[in-house]
Design a protein around this ligand. Structure first.
Ligand code: NAD
Length: 293
């Protein structure tokens, strides 16, 4: 059983990026710069953004963290995004989701210039991705592709079942893995909340590669895992636990013990896809800097 260790795979991605930024610095050039916008003080969002900024430092990227109070107006947020779009020293812009209810996510995402959309959420970039064109791939699915590449997991001709169809994980994942591309060419089945549970179980049992992004701890039980399957657990849920230092533990969507007993390869949570998401984001930021599309 192979543990698909996100620490190892993301370290390899970061080492190659660091080589590039070292070379840029040696040539007296500026390095890629990521601007992250954080609204409010959601604990999980704080942690994610802090980790993204720290990873920028470790890879020789510049970064700025722009904070707004929870009651910021949509107009003020849009004005900041427009200013960042114009800023020649900013290559990538990310707005940490979720946003407060009075702000329309879609309006904010569409305001980010497509060439700086390093989360890969802008409809133009999603359209390019669907067409198989060069673009920013949404960071989490991109991280999964980088993980599959690093551990040389064959996807061509395999049956992949993706559970979850969100715009940021499940849907782009299903499109990418079915595309004519490296880490693609699979036959993909997509399950979602309206797939009857018995059907999801039956389909999961046939999956050579099972990608799960539902946000329900232990959603995938032993019976859903085909012996020898590759299990990619995207789920991250904070579950209260008084015995834990922080008062909670991070849980994936897959019963990990069941997965290590039956699967050929599995991503741990934490320490799996979450770290690869940051690797995907950094790769996109370098791409934005290099202006490659
Ligand atoms: P979401 O809530 O937007 O989507 C959940 C999806 O699960 C929906 O498409 C829904 O149809 C499906 N679903 C819900 N109940 C189901 C059921 N009973 N059977 C089948 N499908 C069902 O969530 P999201 O943003 O895609 O995130 C999913 C999980 O992944 C969350 O735990 C989130 O925290 C995590 N996540 C992790 C990373 C990472 O970097 N590892 C990044 C993004 C999201």
């Amino acid at each position: 059983m192979l543990v698909l260790d996100g620490k190892i795979a993301s370290a390899a991605v970061k080492a190659s990026l660091l080589q590039k930024t070292d070379a840029l610095k040696a040539a007296g050039k500026r390095t890629p710069h990521l601007a992250a916008i954080l609204v409010g003080n959601n604990g999980a969002s704080e942690t994610y953004v802090a980790s993204k900024v720290k990873n920028c430092d470790e890879t020789g990227f510049g970064s700025s963290l722009i904070r707004f109070d929870n009651d910021v107006t949509e107009a003020d947020l849009l004005a900041k995004i427009h200013a960042l779009n114009e800023d020649k020293n900013v290559d990538g812009i990310l707005v940490q989701l979720p946003l407060p209810k009075h702000i329309h996510d879609e309006k904010i995402i569409e305001a980010i210039h497509p060439n700086k959309d390093v989360d890969g959420f802008h409809p133009m970039n999603i359209g390019r991705m669907v067409q198989g064109m060069d673009t920013f791939i949404p960071a989490t699915p991109y991280g999964v592709l980088l993980m599959l590449e690093y551990f040389k997991i064959e996807t061509k001709g395999k049956h992949v079942v993706v559970i979850g169809r969100s715009n940021i994980v499940g849907r782009p994942m299903s499109i990418l893995l079915s595309g004519d591309r490296p880490q693609g060419n699979a036959s993909v089945t997509l399950c979602h909340r309206n797939t009857p549970k018995e059907e999801t179980i039956k389909l999961a049992q046939q999956a050579d590669i099972l990608v799960v992004a539902v946000g329900i701890p232990n959603f995938v039980s032993a019976e859903m895992i085909k012996p020898g399957a590759v299990i990619i657990d995207v789920g991250i849920t904070r579950v209260e636990d008084a015995t834990a230092k922080k008062g909670f533990r991070i849980k994936g969507d897959v019963n990990y013990e069941a997965a290590i007993a039956k699967a050929s390869a599995v991503t741990p949570v934490p320490g799996g896809v979450g770290l690869m998401t940051i690797a995907g984001l950094l790769m996109n930021t370098m791409k934005a800097y290099e202006g490659k599309f």
